[in-house]
Ligand binder design. Structure first.
Ligand code: HDD
Length: 703
């Protein structure tokens, strides 16, 4: 039989695309003409055997059967078939980066933790941000809490603070965690909805678990839809212990405060961003770090003693409660900087294994029943996810300080101890590591007593007081968003009783909120309020620290301006605008009718970063539209351009207009412009505009 058919030959079309898109790389042309990419290392099998042909399987004749002896093919396919590991049961969707932590204020009087003994001590860090409910491939802008997990590679072992961007949690006892997670994830029969809490199962569970009402206020607030990982706070949530060298203990809560300030998106933006760029948050972090705009957080601690804990209105062991910063100020003791993206997502971000149990001498747990349960769960889940007990051998999980123990063998053992002794005590001369009675980790010798019973402490039964405090601490705009979010989510519930049962909790939080949600759901009457198990504490002081809008950055640093352009615009003005944004520490992106960009009136070509339908205004913190008369006419006939203008206005963005850009807004139905829309015609205007953008939104437009 003659050999007529080449086994792999890309179509002319494919070759063309590849040539234009990636001129630097050579394209496989079939086995016999395949070329190597310039300068790459020699390809080998996993056993190190050089590979001669990576295009064709070994065959008996060019059109004959494939041969089992093709070890290169079998190895390649076997490895591919095993590429996936189970995704995290929660927090599956995440994004990690490397950086460092530096102590800025030593606190030896509070803790013996080596890292915190001296100002200037610096250790490497790895951080993974995540959403909770969605699967690994879900979109970034789900309404959800965000994970904020930090691993500090200290000189006395790895210290993990496995926190969230919300300082409280849905439940008080780890016993309820599987139920909580089952309820929020896709329903088991239909496998939807994905990455959202807007469904019956979640709200059914919540309506029957009033302890969740405080956290629900947070997830329904703008905290549930952050603009970027860079613009959110992180919290260790639980009360931990600091223990100093004399063995004295204080309680401590951990806070990560973003230097970049706080910022969230609007729900309508979140919905649209999920379509326009499902990777919005991971792209944002990647781009910022690659651009050298390293995000930074301060580590703050709220430290208090037994006396405070005893007189506090709530139980400090209850993870559904926070301690207002106005009651116990946050003391800043360090800084965390993310300055490096990962080399490989799987190796680092996917395989990183956090555990609340990873603490170091000088830090200890409390009896918070949620924390105690977590301490069990994380180690357990890593064994399933990473395939065995040796996940600490994976570089991202391995300590960066010296370590020595007698643990050995198991799947993928890579650091078995050398020598004869693998037990202790032993009498061998070089008998291996020994425990250090002085410097080794010692648990705080808290005295415990009590009956062995399945119970909760009485103070845990207060479910509404801090939910009310949180709601009352928000600005009017933010309160409106909470009501809107509840109405949206409950409108997705098919069962009327579930909607009613949720609304029945709200009068215990705020009468107006309850009424607004009832109206939004079309109820004729407000359902009868749930009777609180414990009397709601009246008159808790509001706390400004709980609001995002009261803690804005007042700067455009780290933010992005989307500039929509047409042919014939003033190139000098464009440069001035770009310069002004750069000076403010922001970024710009050019959007144009085609990806080829535009030609300025000076005849210069400006390439585009986005074609208009790939760069909707929801992707930007503020926008500018610069259009010639002819250009504005063209844009006005383009649906995505009208959407760009209408959305930017509806989302209360600051808008700069140059040339005849106003015409686009009229075409988009926005005739009445306001003070948030600013005409620019010279370079001073640009600087003023960017300064104004520091307020991030022109809220007057939507109040
Ligand atoms: Fe959890 C992952 C944060 C309660 C059990 N959790 C996980 C991650 C974060 C949190 C950020 C992702 C870590 C990563 O990026 O790899 N979890 C929290 C916070 C909680 C909380 C702030 C409450 C204060 N979690 C919680 C409870 C349990 C778990 C009560 C079980 C008793 N969490 C897990 C887990 C996960 C996890 C199943 C899934 C993947 C993993 O651990 O590594 O073990």
């Amino acid at each position: 039989m003659t050999d007529k058919t080449p086994s792999f030959r890309p179509s002319i079309e494919t070759q063309k695309t590849n040539q234009t898109a990636k001129r630097a790389e050579t394209v496989g042309q079939g086995g016999e003409t395949h070329q190597h990419a310039q300068g790459g290392p020699r390809m080998t099998t996993a056993q190190g055997v050089p590979v001669s042909d990576n295009q064709n399987t070994l065959k008996a004749g060019a059109r004959g059967p494939a041969l089992l002896e093709d070890f290169q093919f079998r190895e390649k396919m076997f490895h591919f078939d095993h590429e996936r590991i189970p995704e995290r049961v929660v927090h599956a969707r995440g994004y990690g980066a490397r950086g460092y932590f530096e102590t800025t204020d030593a606190i030896p009087e509070l803790t013996s933790a080596h890292l915190l003994q001296e100002k200037g001590r610096k250790v490497p860090a790895f951080v993974r941000f995540s959403t909770v409910a969605g699967n690994k491939g879900s979109m970034d802008l789900a309404r959800d809490a965000r994970g904020f997990a930090v691993k500090l590679y200290t000189e006395e072992g790895n210290w993990d603070i496995v926190g969230n961007n919300i300082p409280v949690f849905f439940i008080q006892d780890a016993m309820k965690f599987p139920d909580l997670v089952h309820s929020v994830k896709e329903a088991p029969d239909r496998a939807f909805p994905q990455a959202q809490s807007a469904h019956d199962n979640f709200w059914d569970f919540i309506s029957l678990m009033p302890e969740a009402m405080h956290m629900v206020m947070w997830t329904m607030s703008d905290r549930g839809i952050p603009r970027s990982f860079r613009f959110m706070e992180g919290f260790g949530v639980h009360t931990f212990r600091f223990v100093n060298a004399d063995g004295k203990s204080h309680f401590v809560k951990f806070h990560w405060k973003p230097k970049q300030g706080l910022q969230s998106v609007l729900w309508d933006e979140a919905v649209k961003i999920n379509g326009a760029d499902p990777d919005y948050h991971r792209r944002d972090l990647w781009n910022a770090i690659q651009a050298g705009d390293f995000p930074e957080w301060e580590l703050g601690v709220q430290v208090f003693d037994d006396e405070f804990a005893d007189k506090f209105d709530f139980d400090v062991l209850d993870a559904t409660k926070l301690i207002p910063e106005e009651d116990v100020p946050v003391r800043i003791i360090g800084r965390l900087v993310l300055d490096s993206v990962v080399d490989n997502f799987f190796a680092e971000t996917e395989q990183v294994a956090f555990c609340t149990q990873n603490i170091v001498p000088g830090i200890d747990f409390t009896n918070d029943p949620l924390l105690q349960g977590r301490n069990f769960s994380y180690l357990d889940t890593q064994i399933k996810r990473l395939g065995g007990p040796n996940f600490t051998h994976i570089p991202v999980n391995a300590p960066k300080c010296p370590y020595a123990h007698f643990q050995q063998d198991g799947h993928m053992a890579m650091h078995n101890p050398a020598g004869r002794a693998n037990y202790e005590p032993n009498s061998w001369k070089d008998g291996g590591p020994r425990a250090d009675q002085d410097a080794g980790f010692k648990s705080y010798p808290e005295e415990v007593e009590g009956e062995k019973r399945k119970v909760r402490a009485e103070l845990f039964a207060d479910h509404y007081s801090q939910a009310r405090q949180f709601y009352e601490s928000q600005t009017k705009v933010e309160q409106g968003h909470i009501a809107d979010a509840l109405i949206f989510e409950l409108s997705k519930c098919e069962v009327l009783e579930i909607r009613e049962r949720v609304v029945a909790h709200l009068p215990n939080i705020d009468a107006d909120l309850a009424q607004a949600v009832a109206d939004g759901l079309g109820f004729d009457t407000l359902p009868k309020a749930q009777t609180p198990r414990r009397k709601v504490v009246e008159g808790l002081k509001t706390s400004d620290a709980l609001s995002i809008l009261k803690n804005g950055p007042n700067s455009f640093q780290g933010r992005k301006l989307g500039i929509l352009l047409t042919d014939g615009i003033d190139g000098d003005l464009l440069s001035a605008l770009q310069e002004a944004v750069k000076d403010a520490g922001g970024m710009t992106e050019i959007i144009a009718p085609t990806i080829g960009g535009i030609k300025t009136s000076q005849g210069e070509r400006v390439p585009a970063d986005q074609k208009i339908d790939g760069g909707p205004s929801v992707l930007y913190d503020a926008v500018a539209v610069m259009a010639s008369a002819e250009g504005a006419k063209k844009l006005s006939a383009m649906h995505p351009a009208k959407g760009f203008a209408a959305d930017a206005f509806a989302h209360a963005k600051y808008i700069a207009l140059a040339g005849d850009a106003k015409d686009l807004f009229s075409a988009a139905g926005v005739d009445k412009l306001d003070d948030g829309v600013i005409e620019i015609s010279k370079s001073d205007d640009c600087a003023d505009f960017v300064k104004t953008c520091g307020a991030l939104r022109f809220w007057d437009r939507v109040q």
